[in-house]
Design a protein around this ligand. Structure first.
Ligand SMILES: [Zn+2]
Length: 312
């Protein structure tokens, strides 16, 4: 069954490998895995840890965009609602994970990102930057004045706001300011796994009320503290929990696979969700805990497809 993965650091992989003189990273290192896992939609994230400048952000976005253009025979780069066609091509959306490179002229920077094809963005990764706070940092600091300008401009340009890495203060600041729905591309339920990268019940309800989405994250540390339970079955239980809170219509998948960064992330994923090749294991687990085929189809693909088509 088709899957739309809301979060894969493919943009970062492309950029880092280009710097080592590798070409066509998407085709060589990602395409066959995505197709094998029936991942027919993917958000290719350009990841910024907090140390990158604006020029690096631009270079990564442009490198990702170039590869999506080069792979137009197999992949459809989503820029507007007219691009939503379901066929044999993979739908790809460019996101930025972290905006540490924006230190001045925030409206112009958001305009540049949008005009160069970015359609989803988060203001921080785990860092503290000029715009906002990531989860590990000062709990009393949320959006800055510049961060507020960014949110307003993203709303105006119809760039979708992702809150997966923000601290709670930033989250609530964004919830009250944003005119559009927000999404958590790759976060689970904190009630089931007490990690600050996961969402409290109140946060999940706020995302649902605003019409947004929560994407299930397959990184083992966000599923369960017990190593034996770091698997697709227990990730599906997060899905059940979130669907019971806000409805399966607001549930999606953002695996955050990292198999293409072996030197940095080896062993960080669920036992049976190591790469896009194993994507379907989560759908099997959703079925085993009682989701219907209709609900699984929505969670796997349709919810994201409809959301993006409506808001882009
Ligand atoms: Zn992330």
């Amino acid at each position: 069954m088709r899957i739309f993965d809301l979060h894969a650091d493919i943009g970062a992989d492309i950029y880092l490998k280009h710097n080592k003189n590798n070409k066509n990273v998407f085709k060589n290192d990602h395409l066959s895995k995505l197709l094998s896992g029936e991942v027919y939609g993917v958000t290719t994230a350009c990841f910024f840890s907090g140390n990158e400048d604006w020029e690096t952000m631009q270079a990564m976005v442009l490198a990702t965009a170039n590869e999506l253009r080069e792979n137009s025979e197999t992949t459809r780069w989503i820029l507007s609602k007219e691009d939503f066609i379901i066929d044999d091509k993979i739908l790809a959306v460019i996101s930025v994970e972290g905006m540490c490179g924006i230190i001045e002229n925030p409206q112009d920077k958001i305009d540049w990102l949008y005009d160069n094809g970015v359609r989803v963005g988060s203001l921080t990764w785990n860092d503290s930057n000029r715009l906002a706070e990531g989860w590990p940092n000062d709990p009393l600091r949320g959006l800055s004045a510049m961060g507020e300008e960014v949110i307003k401009r993203m709303n105006q340009r119809k760039m979708i706001i992702d809150i997966s890495h923000t601290n709670e203060k930033t989250f609530w600041d964004i919830i009250s300011l944003s005119q559009s729905p927000i999404i958590a591309t790759h976060s689970n339920a904190r009630s089931l796994c007490n990690h600050q990268r996961n969402l409290t019940d109140q946060q999940i309800k706020a995302i649902g009320l605003k019409g947004g989405l929560v994407g299930l994250n397959a990184a083992r540390g966000f599923i369960n503290k017990d190593v034996e339970k770091q698997n697709a079955h227990h990730l599906a239980i997060h899905g059940k929990y979130i669907a019971d809170l806000i409805g399966y219509e607001h549930l999606a998948i953002g695996f955050d696979f990292m198999d293409f960064f072996p030197e940095r992330y080896n062993g960080s994923m669920a036992n049976d969700l190591n790469s896009a090749l194993e994507s379907q294991n989560l759908l099997v687990a959703l079925k085993e805990i009682g989701f219907s085929d209709h609900e699984i189809k929505a969670i796997a693909y349709d919810n994201v497809y409809k959301f993006l088509k409506r808001y882009l």
